[in-house]
Design a binder for this molecule. Sequence first.
Ligand SMILES: *Cc1c(COP(=O)(O)O)cnc(C)c1O
Length: 387
Amino acid sequence: MSQFVTQIVDAIRTVSGTGCALHEPQLSGNASTYVVDCIDTGWVSSVGSYVDRFEQEVAAIAGTRFGIATVNGTAALHAALLLVGVTAGDEVIVPAMSFVATANAVRNCHATPAFVDINAATLGMCPDALEAYLQEHAHKDGDRLVNRLTGQRIAAIVPMHTFGHPCDMERLCEIADRYSLPIVEDAAESLGSYCHDRHTGSFGRLGVISFNGNKIVTTGGGGAIVTDDEALAAKAKHLTTTGKIRHPWFFEHDCHAFNYRMPNLNAALGCSQLEQLPEFLATKRKIAHAYREALSGIQGVRFVEERQSCRSNYWLNAICLSDADESVRDAILNATNAVGIGTRACWTPLNRLPMYQDCPKGDLSVTDRFFASAINIPSGCGLWQGS
Ligand SMILES: *Cc1c(COP(=O)(O)O)cnc(C)c1O
């Protein structure tokens, strides 16, 4: 093994120790009290006071007027895309470097994802790449914006805040406005992250948060839609609760809708987790800082830097090697996993996945380089013993 690889493995180990997964949840605080309360009262399913409380608290954290809890983040994204008018045959612009759910939610609307590059500093959708893609592909046809190569209507843009690092929402919003395209923000990973004092997820017409087991706050499985738009919030609730018309005894539904509602049991866990968010954020910051210190003496490794006037939740740490050489990346992945340090490669670029290979795309050189040179390292709050 090269000395470079050994040095990196040793430095990671000083922070992570061994025998750790990439991200483990911290289920302490009032978790069992609230969950047992659901069981004792019988309110375990799709109605209950924890759901209402969770929705209000999520909206309060996001700084939006409304929050709608869902079964998972993918369902929230699917509903949000439908709510901004994405329909079959449309095209939706997403970053090529994201979790597969971002593209799957588009496909769930029978629409096509179009992939644009990320920015090396933020790891989020690159405004220049978005602009270049639109300049090359977008053509105004009456009040429709059409991809001139495929003839498909371009319907929305979905920026994503990678690993909790806020992307450049000011510029992305400015471009979206200029093309009259709605933004649905994939803030699945960025609860507690801010861009100029505004919470991520609150810039788009709708924002989406995930509460999957590996996220900074978990409900077991879960998601939420956040928005300031009262009419859209009402529609979001309706669309995610089977389109049922409110009535004491008649069961009537006025649209094809989904059972995407979060159960009360999950919301109860979520309420306890939200109480711990400030503590989790402080711990995440310490872990991120400790990794930076531990690896600071090694040439050829970098981390994402928090941008001025933005605040990252530091959900998931990643090291990025200056030489985009997959064999070095793989040697580090092998050596760390061999000693029980749960590292992994970043997501395979979405445009390379078999079901998305034929989708439209812009230049993806930053995505390719990042994939070849980046490694996610253990980041669960349980790593921090000093707090
Ligand atoms: C976690 C995640 C989602 C949603 O995932 P669910 O597991 O369905 O809650 C969506 N996008 C990104 C980028 C994610 O990391």
